[in-house]
Design a protein around this ligand. Structure first.
Ligand code: SF4
Length: 357
């Protein structure tokens, strides 16, 4: 159901317009398709140490955030690294792509489509005013990023054809792979003309912006060593999606890195002993958490200190009802309150938390 019109402009943070968090300015760096080259990852690690808290924080849109950015020079560093190709468009470059495309599985190869769309976005002045919440996606047919709530998604139905989704609903419109980038850009322009004060497609009243809901296929976050033609890829799941600068540099030793919307990364081409060489990251996907205290002034608890890890548990810990960074897949909802937590709405005191999860 469409939501009421927004009364204010969206305030998604960027590098030029950071969010004022309790632990200092927070800058979000967009990585269309989650792709970051080894050289760019080195530059980001250096920027995190020189300007921020020293860590890279992965986001649920396949981007990276730097927190505690209290020292100057971040924009210049990222511009030099090619991570800010158009200052006027930096907040609208939100593009997901199936991270295992071309590695294993999928119906079509969507590699390169996110970068091609990014070029079109940055070259189109009208799209600079797209809301920062607007999300594009290219799904290679396995249904992974199609379930991540994109406003417009090209979902492959074969190697060279896909169907167009609006806000997760199938419009029934077939689009050739070769036309996918142009069509997604056209849709964004049409949304810009139609949106009024709306931020997302789902907020529009016009039935022309709706499709038939697509049921989500169950998602296995890529984790561990993954066999591929002629070698291996790797899925690395750092705890809470947080990488130290040293860990980021270790990942960069294996070439281009793909940041997923599940706060993890995929290394597309690695040797079999990759995890021994990395020394971290072979954990399975499970518990996630917002930043909590002390990073967020709204938080009622240090949720990352309280978070419970156990095999098979998929829980998201939040410091308040906003539930930042919660996964789109089914999970146990754990929200802080004074003296304890609500687990799927049921009150549990802090000292009984572990036994109730
Ligand atoms: S969920 Fe609440 S406490 Fe956690 S980061 Fe978001 S606003 Fe802050």
């Amino acid at each position: 159901m469409p939501t009421p019109a927004r009364v204010r402009a969206d305030a998604c943070p960027g590098v030029f317009a950071p969010h004022d968090a309790a632990d200092g300015p927070l800058a979000r760096v967009r990585l269309p398709g989650g792709t970051i080259s080894a050289a760019q990852l080195h530059a980001l690690a250096e920027a995190a140490e020189a300007c921020g808290d020293g860590d890279l924080h992965l986001t649920s849109r396949g981007n990276v955030q730097l927190r505690g950015v209290t020292r100057p020079g971040l924009a210049a560093r990222l511009t030099d690294a090619g991570l800010l190709p158009s200052p006027s468009h930096e907040r609208v470059r939100n593009v997901l792509a199936s991270p295992l495309s071309g590695v294993r599985g999928g119906l079509a190869d969507v590699r390169g489509l996110a970068a091609a769309l990014d070029e079109v976005l940055c070259a189109t002045p009208e799209l600079a005013s797209l809301p920062g919440r607007f999300l594009f996606a290219f799904d290679d047919g396995r249904g992974d990023v199609a379930g991540e709530g994109a406003d417009v998604c090209w979902l492959a139905v074969g190697p060279s054809e896909g169907t167009l989704l609006f806000a997760g609903g199938d419009t029934g419109r077939r689009v050739a792979r070769a036309d996918a980038v142009a069509v997604l850009a056209e849709v964004a322009l049409a949304f810009g003309r139609a949106r009024g004060s709306a931020w997302r497609v789902a907020e529009l009243d016009d039935p022309a912006w709706r499709g038939t809901p697509v049921s989500r296929t169950s998602l296995e976050v890529p984790a561990g060593l993954i066999e591929r033609d002629g070698g291996f890829a790797a899925g690395v799941v750092p705890r809470f999606g947080q990488l130290s600068a040293a860990q980021a540099r270790a990942l960069a030793e294996f070439g281009t890195v793909l940041v997923t919307p599940w706060k993890s990364v995929v290394l597309p081409d690695v040797p079999a002993d990759v995890f021994a060489r990395l020394g971290f990251g072979e954990s399975a996907w499970g518990t996630t958490a917002c930043i909590g205290r002390p990073g967020c002034a709204k938080s009622r608890a240090d949720v990352r200190a309280d978070a419970v890890f156990r095999p098979g548990l998929r829980a998201h810990f939040s410091g308040c009802e906003r539930r930042c960074g919660k996964p789109s897949q089914s999970h146990v909802d754990v929200v802080a309150e004074a003296g304890g937590y609500r687990i799927d709405g049921r009150w549990v005191p802090l000292d009984e938390l572990k036994g109730n999860l």
